[in-house]
Design a protein around this ligand. Structure first.
Ligand SMILES: [Zn+2]
Length: 160
């Protein structure tokens, strides 16, 4: 073990998987929004049913919420090397997307990413706490961080 000075291989693979899953999700979300807008428009004018418009709107909103969750809870933390925070949301996203056939690919990608995030976390636990957490505010730190991004103090120095 080199004590976390080198980004873990599992973390790198997890980041690739999350990035691909997120990219596919963006494409699918855009497609969903187009279909939703189409249904919302023609649901009223052609089918004469305001319900279709409501369902289409809800579908669009849900897909946008999932995109935001993926960005802030999975993709973002993973990019920052914060595998601990990214793991559970990534697992939940994987399960949700595996429920529907059209989103199965995204779900499987997130589940594979979760597996790698879990491995990366297990690897991090083998390194001393001082290498992965700020001494002052216990914010997660990347191995390359010298100054804590949350409290701005040096990761090594004790409180003055
Ligand atoms: Zn700190």
């Amino acid at each position: 073990m080199t004590g976390g000075t080198v980004p873990s291989r599992d973390g790198i693979v997890a980041e690739s998987l999350v990035t691909v899953a997120f990219a596919v999700q963006i494409v699918l979300t855009l497609g969903t929004l187009v279909v939703s807008a189409y249904l919302a428009y023609f649901g009223v004018t052609v089918f004469g049913s305001p319900n279709i418009a409501t369902y289409a709107g809800a579908l669009g909103v849900i897909s946008l919420i999932l995109l935001a969750v993926a960005y802030y809870r999975s993709y973002g933390p993973t990019r920052e090397g914060n595998y601990l925070d990214a793991a559970t949301p990534t697992l939940i996203l994987g399960i949700i997307f595996c429920l529907l056939l059209v989103t199965l690919l995204i779900g499987v990608l997130y589940l594979f990413a979760y597996s790698r995030l879990a491995d990366a976390n297990a690897e991090n636990q083998e390194t001393p706490e001082s290498l992965t957490r700020c001494l002052h505010c216990s914010a997660p730190l990347r191995p390359t961080d010298i100054i804590c991004g949350r409290c701005g103090k040096s990761r090594w120095a004790a409180d003055p």
